[in-house]
Ligand binder design. Structure first.
Ligand SMILES: *[C@@H]1O[C@H](CO)[C@@H](O)[C@H](O)[C@H]1NC(C)=O
Ligand SMILES: *[C@@H]1O[C@H](CO)[C@@H](O)[C@H](O)[C@H]1NC(C)=O
Ligand SMILES: *[C@@H]1O[C@H](CO)[C@@H](O)[C@H](O)[C@H]1NC(C)=O
Ligand SMILES: *[C@@H]1O[C@H](CO)[C@@H](O)[C@H](O)[C@H]1NC(C)=O
Ligand SMILES: *[C@@H]1O[C@H](CO)[C@@H](O)[C@H](O)[C@H]1NC(C)=O
Ligand SMILES: *[C@@H]1O[C@H](CO)[C@@H](O)[C@H](O)[C@H]1NC(C)=O
Ligand SMILES: *[C@@H]1O[C@H](CO)[C@@H](O)[C@H](O)[C@H]1NC(C)=O
Ligand SMILES: *[C@@H]1O[C@H](CO)[C@@H](O)[C@H](O)[C@H]1NC(C)=O
Length: 407
């Protein structure tokens, strides 16, 4: 589709692609063929699909599994529902970390979000494999290779449009809906439709279910079974995928060594829709659309007494928290070490404080890493794909290492 568009020269320089000139000698039996890879531009972005281009990825052994499926009788026969697609990537040099990391993708995308980036640099999976972790990558139930055969309940919605992606993810600075957007600098390329990197990013969007109840119940059904098979692990999630570590922390907290959430879309009781800035009611149980184990217990979310806190401005949104004489806690969720990482120029910098405030209110001691405070600046919502993505992976690695020291 965009094979002939060339990239701005400055971007080349930024990634250090200039100045190399090599040939690759490939042995074919007794014949030796010299493959010419001297034209470096031919290996940029989607062009790296060519057999003439070397991979930049870290070597691993790959196995895949489907976990948690069960039969449901139907007129057509017995169908399998609710299975999670799980890829297990084992470092070639052996596992050197005591606990695995399990990656949960966000909405509209799939496990590929943790692999190489749209401009074909190393993604999070490579970083963690290089650091000796056993890496698991999911396509959650109902998404991608975990698609649901339950066509009635799992109604579909679109993953994204180019316009949503531009305004919400790749060039929020142009629509300028919140002041911090003006500091967004880390997206590779122009971030707009027609740019080959943007187009590669947009190509990765796929439909997801509009039935959040069905989606969350199915992950809840299969997720703890997956953790029982793998054992205690660090769960790394992005965006709307952060509901999954919440559900698993609620249902089987002993298997969650830590919950690490990049721009988590679990804003209590509300959602910022469209490009991210218009509020609507959502997640009636606080962090989820399905029931969570409150103490004192409730059988209906309507028993929660809620109130709005703070002044709502474009740069710092108000939050919904519990009020009244009885503040109910979420003991299981609160027992799991939690960190949110928020991009300096992401829409989330305006409302992730609500996630932290509610976790504190329900009994947790969450960490909140505002990447800008560490000097990691200019990130939008897909920080794990942006130019400084491996610096952010290093922050996650450091947080995990700190947790392991406390165990
Ligand atoms: C080597 O190349 C020659 C000439 O192209 C060809 O005839 C022969 O089959 C090749 N041998 C192998 C092992 O590929
Ligand atoms: C070209 O080949 C050389 C030698 O094998 C290799 O070091 C270099 O990374 C290759 N460049 C690309 C872009 O694949
Ligand atoms: C589905 O499996 C059940 C249990 O094995 C069986 O009783 C039922 O007849 C099967 N359904 C169909 C449509 O074949
Ligand atoms: C943008 O970044 C500059 C430099 O780090 C900082 O001083 C400023 O407060 C930031 N602006 C916003 C709206 O976050
Ligand atoms: C959503 O899924 C739930 C649980 O599977 C089901 O009970 C409900 O009917 C579904 N709603 C829609 C609108 O499909
Ligand atoms: C919860 O309460 C609401 C409002 O009273 C009601 O509409 C709903 O059916 C209740 N849900 C359950 C599961 O009881
Ligand atoms: C943002 O609002 C919250 C209340 O919703 C408040 O606690 C916090 O201090 C505010 N942050 C800034 C940077 O103004
Ligand atoms: C709910 O909260 C309001 C405001 O704090 C308080 O006046 C009211 O008594 C609370 N209701 C219950 C049932 O706790």
């Amino acid at each position: 589709m965009h094979a002939t568009t060339s990239l701005p020269i400055l971007w080349w320089l930024a990634l250090g692609f200039l100045g190399e000139s090599h040939g690759v000698a490939t042995s074919l039996g007794n014949n030796v063929t010299l493959r010419d890879n001297t034209t470096e531009a031919n290996c940029i972005g989607v062009k790296a699909i060519s057999p003439d281009c070397n991979s930049h990825e870290t070597p691993y052994h790959r196995d895949f599994f489907y976990v948690g499926g069960h039969y449901e009788d139907s007129d057509l026969g017995n169908l399998t529902y609710d299975q999670i697609y799980v890829e297990k990537l084992t470092p070639v040099g052996g596992v050197k970390q005591s606990k695995p990391v399990i990656f949960f993708h966000g909405g509209g995308t799939s496990g590929v979000t943790w692999l190489n980036t749209p401009d074909n640099r190393k993604g999070f999976a490579s970083f963690f494999i290089e650091h000796g972790y056993l890496v698991y990558i999911l396509d959650q139930t109902s998404v991608g290779r975990g698609s649901e055969e339950n066509l009635d309940d799992f109604t579909l919605r679109i993953g994204s449009t180019a316009e949503i992606s531009e305004a919400g993810f790749t060039v929020p600075e142009l629509s300028d809906e919140y002041p911090q957007s003006q500091n967004h600098t880390q997206w590779p390329g122009s971030g707009q439709k027609g740019d080959p990197i943007f187009d590669a990013f947009e190509n990765a969007f796929i439909p997801l279910t509009s039935n959040k109840t069905a989606q969350q119940l199915s992950m809840r059904k299969s997720g703890c079974e997956m953790l029982r098979l793998i054992g205690s692990s660090f769960l790394v999630s992005h965006s709307i995928g952060s509901v999954n570590p919440i559900l698993l922390s609620n249902d089987c907290p002993d298997y969650v060594a830590g919950s690490i959430n990049l721009d988590p879309d679990i804003v209590p009781f509300e959602d910022f829709t469209g490009t991210g800035m218009t509020m609507s009611s959502e997640r009636p149980w606080g962090f989820a659309d399905v029931s969570l184990s409150y103490d004192p217990p409730i059988s209906n979310y309507t028993e929660l007494n809620l109130t709005k806190i703070g002044t709502d401005t474009a740069g710092n949104r108000s939050c919904i928290l519990q009020s009244g004489s009885t503040i109910r806690t979420l003991p299981n969720i609160a027992s799991v070490p939690f960190v949110a990482l928020t991009g300096e120029a992401s829409p989330h910098i305006t409302y992730d404080h609500c996630v932290i405030a509610y976790l504190q209110q329900v009994g947790g001691s969450p960490d909140w890493i505002k990447l800008g405070d560490l000097g990691i600046t200019g990130n939008g919502h897909f920080a794990h794909l942006e130019l400084n993505n491996l610096e952010i992976a290093a922050v996650v690695h450091d947080w995990i290492q700190e947790r392991l020291k406390l165990e």
